[in-house]
Design a protein around this ligand. Sequence first.
Ligand code: G6P
Length: 501
Amino acid sequence: MNSQSAARSRLVVVSNRLPFAFRRSPGGKWTAEPGSGGLVTALMPVLRDRGGTWIGWPGAAGSAREFAPALAAAGAGMGYKLAAVALDDSDIHDFYHGFSNEIVWPLFHDLPSLCNFEPAYWQAYRRVNRKFARVVAPLARHGDFVWVHDYHLMCVGAELRALGTEARLGFFLHIPFPAPDIFMKLPWRKPLIEALLRYDLVGFQTARDRRNFAACVEEIVEDARIEGRGSLATVRFPEGSARAGSFPISIDYNAFMRAAASTAVDEKARELHRLLPRRKLVLGIDRLDYTKGITLRLRAFQELLERHPGMRGRVSLLQVVVPSREGIPQYDRMKTEIEQLAGRINGAFARPGGWVPVWFEYRHLSRLELLAYYRAADIALITPLKDGMNLVAKEYCACSIEEDCVLILSEFAGAAEQLKNGAMLVNPFDVQGVADAIRSAYAMDADERIARMRAMRRSIRRNDVFAWVDSFLRAAIARDLRAFPLPQPRAAEAPSDQLPV
Ligand code: G6P
């Protein structure tokens, strides 16, 4: 590529949601507020440096024209452009709630029995992915790099190629990729996997996800060959080739650490400790989701109190559940189940006027509260049944500036691959095992707590979200780095309110 075209290459980011939360005023006008965290913070330096566009859905039904003024206002002074993909009610129902969240989400989290394989959902998925591609195509020129994110948009690359786009295309899957036994249940497994192979680079959270993907390709795509089994493999198939790699996502470690050290967070964390004299605080924070293992976690806590009476009055579980995907029946049912279980535990063990075993909060946390909860917790209990990464685990470590605390982590969270050097790994389905882990964490001596936490913090600091962006972009454009020089990562602003993922 010559220097003229090199000067033109930009980054085009495509995700289901735009990095802004859109709200409608009583007068019907839309306003946009900067949205959540990690991805935005990490991509901002590259977008600002290279210029580029972020394309996504504003999060509500409406026409592109309706959102245009709010988008223009939100994009002003950002150093990159925003473009909206307008979805109507039937798109939201069949594409977002339907194919994305009633098929791909449960299937990719190894829960095929929760899938609703409705054929109309697949049609909607193709249609909406095409809608996204039609917005992207005119904005992505030859030499640009289009980076598509997550499970809602797996077919956008194929649609872009069908529209004749020549830009390089990358895709990153934020959730796990299932093993062939599970993936083969998908009625549309062949077109879906073939669509993924139209990207130049497909990125996964862990080596296991990448291996699962390669195994599915070998089973489904005739005459496909996988070359190189390392962190970056090449898939060759009769019509072309694609690369597949693992790129574990991370957080802006320094921003979390600095914010957690602020006076306001410090005061709030102390206040929490005053409410819990001579008691250890066990913390769970999750988006309301059946993949997070919240009910099994509560059962493990119940098991702890039943089998080890000595723990009664010594530990309290603070379980925060952040509202999410309201309106999907499984999610609504789950909230009731959690409330009932927490109520049963408190009914059985609480002491009148004294110790309450489970505090359950169903709400959005402010950033100050989130950081204070992280800092105050003696033990974080993060036990998803399956999770792409789980950034709460990394945020907890970054905020634990005294390093005197313990992370209990599911072995089925992507984060376990990097944090096994310090976390107590548990099988979330084994309630007795999790109960025993809480007891061991309670009894762990300070030297061991600090050594484990320090090791995890060191590895998160080294592999922060800027390193993640850098490694993905380098792999994507390795053949032509001069065309797309990467800006030096720089410390970003403090993280904004963030939805646990
Ligand atoms: C997960 C997905 C994200 C998604 C988030 C919130 O972390 O990987 O792509 O944005 O959940 O879910 P929502 O359905 O509200 O976008």
